[in-house]
Write a new protein. Structure first.
Length: 59
């Protein structure tokens, strides 16, 4: 039985990177995760230093 998986973006990543590095270990570029306003309430308890899992895809 085939299962369809749909992803809905809740934000985006903002960096000054001009191209995608081969691997995260070869880049020291910093960035920000910008969350859409309607989802911020659900993330209010995340504090600086907390570890989170970010699911993403390159478009």
């Amino acid at each position: 039985m085939a299962m369809e998986i749909k992803l809905k973006p809740i934000g985006y990543v903002k960096t000054d990177a001009k191209k995608i590095p081969r691997h995260h270990t070869v880049s020291d570029v910093k960035g920000q995760i910008i969350i859409n306003e309607e989802y911020k309430e659900g993330l209010k308890d995340i504090k600086p230093g907390d570890r989170i899992v970010v699911i993403f895809y390159f478009d």
